[in-house]
Design a binder for this molecule. Structure first.
Ligand SMILES: [Zn+2]
Length: 429
């Protein structure tokens, strides 16, 4: 007999089932057994007191970099999956730009074996669109899917050939896999290192225009229309991209999209405020206040389906450099909830909508299990303290890396417990 877990007294927010109120959540045999207002508790049940807390489906991150194989000094599947659990994420999709890249089943299988051994968040590998992420020849989508890949992406790089992108959309359709795309026109990006605008001019840094993203999003929406393929736009950061995706959805295209916590919370001027701190350097870059407003509106109205972290660990070797040459990317699994909650509390979107974008939104976008507390769903649950004030110290976190713009910042809201398959993977027993 497996243990029965009662999570009692918390505000259960389960947007997939229209639930928002105080309920008891019962987990048994790896699945959600019941969610109810009054549930009789057997004497041998293990009880978690969630009074004053939120109880939600475990978060699902469609976009993180776990760095294994090849760059284990930055992160491993085990440390990344553990950091995820600490942030309330019970499932994460691991990007394929490892070393070697995940364009073949041996890399996929290694990631899955490491994840199973780690016993933290579930890890779903994404495979490459093109062999070697070279943008020339398609990877073997069928083999990658059979090995366990849930999506295809060349993340880190755009697919610059429109012809290859067209074939990828057609080919992926046969396997019902979403194509997740990192949208930037490299010719427009040039040597840019931050958003092109008044701030880049003032700082003397080369700029990346928002149009570098817009033109690629518009191109791929046209190709999705041509092929009937399933497109997922990664880390949307511009007003133009949000508008184009909104229009495409109205026309019935199969397009979904994600936005990161940092593109909802920070603006290009923060690079100046932080004094060229390279933990404010990422790709896409922090955009203008108007772009941030558009991303918030896009999340609020459902144009953007999911909040995804783009958790991108780097060591001091890659980051402790001049802004021009430092690596792109920041870690985000352990701060995503607090950062987004802070934005929600400005009135940008509701708390309920935020939880939706962290749970059922991403689950539906990639067709993943979870994201719901429906009876029989995987017993993946996050318990969150929405009032907990804490100071974020990356060195005390679970990620191996420390590259976060929120280091030493006061945050409000934190995951206290996470369950995966009814097993406690984060928090005090
Ligand atoms: Zn990317």
């Amino acid at each position: 007999m497996s243990e029965t877990i009662f999570i009692e007294g918390g505000r259960v927010i389960d947007p997939a089932n229209g639930v928002d109120g105080v309920r008891t959540v019962v987990l048994r045999d790896g699945v959600v057994a019941e969610v109810g207002e009054r549930v009789e508790r057997p004497g041998d049940a293990r009880v978690f007191d969630a009074r004053g807390k939120w109880v939600t489906p475990g978060f699902i991150d469609l976009h993180c970099h776990l760095r294994e194989p090849g760059q284990e000094y930055k992160e491993t599947v085990a440390t990344g999956a553990r950091a995820a659990a600490a942030g309330g994420f019970t499932s994460v999709v691991a990007m394929p730009n490892t070393k070697p890249v995940n364009d073949n089943t041996s890399v996929t299988e290694l990631m899955l074996a490491r994840a199973a051994a780690a016993g933290a968040a579930r890890v779903y590998p994404a495979g490459c669109i093109s062999k070697g992420q070279n943008g020339e020849e398609l990877a073997e989508f069928g083999e990658l899917k059979t090995a366990g890949c849930v999506a295809l992406t060349d993340d880190g790089k755009p697919v610059m050939s429109a012809a290859l992108m067209r074939r990828a959309l057609e080919y992926a359709r046969a396997f019902k896999l979403p194509l997740a795309v990192h949208e930037e026109d490299l010719a427009l990006v040039g040597k840019g290192v931050m958003h092109e605008g008044l701030t880049s001019t003032r700082l003397g840094l080369k700029g990346i225009p928002g149009a570098a993203e817009d033109v690629m999003v518009l191109r791929d929406l046209a190709l999705a229309e041509l092929t009937g393929g399933r497109l997922h736009i990664q880390h949307v950061s511009t007003r133009g991209a949000v508008r184009a995706i909104r229009d495409a959805r109205k026309r019935g295209l199969q397009v979904t999209a994600e936005v990161t916590p940092h593109h909802l919370a920070l603006v290009d001027e923060d690079v100046a405020g932080a004094g060229y701190d390279t933990d404010f350097k990422m790709n896409p870059p922090l955009r203008s206040a108007d772009d941030v407003k558009a991303c918030r509106e896009g999340l609020a109205d459902g144009t953007l389906d999911a909040v995804a972290t783009d958790h991108a660990p780097h060591s001091a070797v890659e980051k402790d450099l001049e802004f021009d040459v430092a690596a792109n990317g920041i870690i985000g699994l352990e701060t995503a909830f607090a950062v987004c909650l802070g934005v929600a509390r400005t009135g940008a979107f509701t708390e309920n909508r935020l939880i939706e974008a962290l749970t059922i939104g991403p689950a539906r976008a990639f067709g993943l299990p979870g994201g719901t507390l429906a009876k029989g769903a995987p017993a993946d649950v996050a318990v969150l303290d929405p009032a907990l004030e804490w100071s974020y110290d990356p060195a005390a976190g679970f990620s191996k890396s420390r590259n976060s713009p929120w280091k030493s910042k006061r945050l409000v809201g934190r995951c206290t417990h996470a369950f995966v398959g009814a097993k406690l993977v984060h928090g005090e027993k």
